[in-house]
Write a new protein. Sequence first.
Length: 649
Amino acid sequence: MKREDINKVMIIGSGPIVIGQACEFDYSGTQACKALREQGYKIVLVNSNPATIMTDPVMADATYIEPLNVERLSQIIEKERPDALLPNLGGQTGLNMAMELNKAGVLDKYGVKVIGVNLDAIERGEDREIFKETMQKLGIDTPRSGICHTIEGAEKIAEEIGFPLVVRPAYTMGGQGGGFCYNVEELRTIVSNGLDLSMTHQCLIEESILGWEELEVEVVRDAKNQMIAICFIENIDAVGVHTGDSFCSAPFMTIDKELEERLKRDAFKIVESIGVIGGTNVQFAHNPKTGRVVIIEINPRTSRSSALASKATGFPIALISAKLASGMTLDEIPYWRDGTLEKYTPGGAPDGDYVVLKFARWAFEKFRGVEDSLGTSMKAVGEVMSIGKTFKETFQKAIRGLENGRSGLGFAKDFNRKSADELCEMLKTASSERYFQLYEAIRKGVSLEKLHDITYVKMYFLEQMKELVDLEEEMLKNPGRVPEDKLLIQAKKDGFSDKYLSKILKVSEKDIRNRRKELGIKEAWLAVPVSGVKNANYYYSTYNAEDKAPATTNPKKIMILGGGPNRIGQGIEFDYCCCHAAMQLKEMGYETIIVNCNPETVSTDYDTSDKLYFEPVTTEDVLQIYEKEKPFGVIVQFGGQTPNGFSFS
């Protein structure tokens, strides 16, 4: 369909917040509305979730808060008569509904063209059998596997491949219904559940690649077949933990350029064959011992990884994807570094030397009796993203951004009172506590080689943790005192918060803050430029550089504190509130400053506020932004319990 043939576009949202499909799709849908509205298209939006910015009346020309099913969508299509349907920004729900509408003949009946992804592409990306055949034709290796539609079929495949195995149902989100199995009984249980959950009653039974490196490439393609790699994401947790639950870094931190280029070439081949216009997330597994690389899966749509990649690089994938779906091409969209976007190169900042980490937020504590274990089915309810200059600094920013009552890695629960053997036994099961347990195991003297053998976490990351433990132990030699100047300076460079130092050393947080101020130790601020638009940035802090972000001079400015990571009891509704606060304040002539650390939200979009600080919502971090910007006031009531519990003593 040509651009001039499109007047009205229908966008299908993602429905209610569920594990594996959350507010990242509100972010994607909102970005799509912005992009299409900017180009003059009329927008019909359908979603069933009232807590989203997407369903706010200002986002679309017609908004329907309705159940997402074929009957109701057919009625809306009959009434509104859209020219096109954009399904790949609404997560798995949007893709599945597009497939069902097509099979029911609704799209043909009303002449609705699917844009952004063709329906064959959805099948090639989501249907496990077609996906495997496509990869074989491209010469891209896949794990040994077979497709089953019955439990008996799964048992036959298991006889051929052998245990352990992993089950991957088709057309489900967040790895729902899948899992590892080590015997026939586990296989029967998992396959039975997976077949019930799969839209096509189909499961892939696959050889186990547990412990391999999991690596992701985020690719954007346009109608001219121009492709760019937006971001490379390294899962610090090995294969075996769902990518939505995995501790991740961007860019690659331990992967050499030769392998990176190989993954990029394969990702481009895959995306070209699938035919997606816009963003696609491609996930690979790499065996570092043999060098073998296999494709795990692709998401022919925006995903949770897309939200992370967008905020990590300053490349708004959903916004650009919507523009490309409507007919624009990369060479028509501006790029701050060099002309237009077909020349984009991964990196983010001008010098490309910052580190981005994602750490998931879980809610096991809310459900009594639920086992805290991580596997191929996603269990995270939210996540934080942190930006810094070094891994250690960025890691500790992520931990304090979680808002789980911990301001650092050490002394969580009773782990420091466990023996080395007890900790090693606990580490055999991946859980939400793994990195806190690792920290105490290192403190107890467990060798990094042994910890790698148990967890598959690479030596580089374990060595970085050991350096943190060693510095902490040095400071603990003098409890009850502010660390000597040299140690305090290093502690701040390595990301130790004032609150954590106060806790472990038994001195007041105020004394630590005052001493570092006397030494001139304070956060510097650097910009992440935004691609695809002109003159836009957001900001992150570091103790390892000089400040390059001057405060705005407008005295009429208000700071809005966000809600941090989603968790049970505090979710997308607070993002909605913060965004509306920013909209209203702008309308009243105020300059707005938002502080938040959740990459899935609209509040951390580059243009929601006049200035965005991508930072943990903690007293220390907020106070330093306040002292820099000196706003007229601070709004705390729209971020939920997080900012309401602040103490600025």
